[in-house]
Design a binder for this molecule. Structure first.
Ligand code: FE
Length: 178
């Protein structure tokens, strides 16, 4: 009788431990899954910097255009009449935004492209200055780049009108070997 009592007590202890282990396991799995979901849902490698960090990193002109949505004066930009082979990157974070093959002479006074590198830029409605425009920002650092209009050449019919100050240029390997 004594023995049976003992084994029942032992058995319930065993059940309790088993229950505890299983629930710990389930909770761990749930936490892990949540973490995975969080990672999947997170925006792809957004660069977040404080305003003072941007001020320290960027030149005054870059800060004004990229962070304060400024615009350089027409026909003054470094890349307006620039037609070398290579890739244009965001001056704020180095994100590749335009290929030289898509650049064309629009005559508008700013560098113009008929297409952006996929997922490199984001569009936002911009109703400032009494105009309805589509603002273009860098998808990585949210820096202001310029605007996109519907009067571009084929194949897209788009004109990405971009501030030179918002970009840096990386010549292609072919160009570097010259
Ligand atoms: Fe950027």
């Amino acid at each position: 009788m004594e023995k049976t009592k003992y084994s029942i007590k032992n058995h319930s202890k065993y059940l309790l431990i088993k229950f505890w282990l299983i629930s710990t396991f389930i909770i761990t799995v749930l936490i892990a899954q949540d973490k995975v979901l969080y990672l999947v849902n997170e925006e792809p490698t957004k660069m977040k910097r404080s305003d003072s960090e941007w001020k320290r990193i960027l030149s005054a002109a870059e800060y004004h255009i990229l962070r304060e949505k400024g615009t350089e004066r027409a026909f003054t930009g470094e890349y307006d009449g620039h037609f070398e082979e290579g890739t244009y990157v965001c001056a704020g974070c180095g994100n590749k935004i335009f290929e030289s093959e898509t650049k064309y002479r629009s005559g508008c006074g700013w560098p113009a492209f008929y297409n952006a590198i996929p997922e490199s830029v984001q569009e936002h409605e911009d109703n400032s200055f009494g105009m309805r425009r589509i603002e273009i920002t860098c998808s990585k650092c949210d820096g202001h780049l310029g605007h996109v209009f519907n009067d571009g050449p084929q194949p897209t019919g788009l004109r990405y009108c971009i501030n030179s100050v918002s970009m840096d240029f990386n010549p292609s390997d072919k160009e570097e070997q010259k």
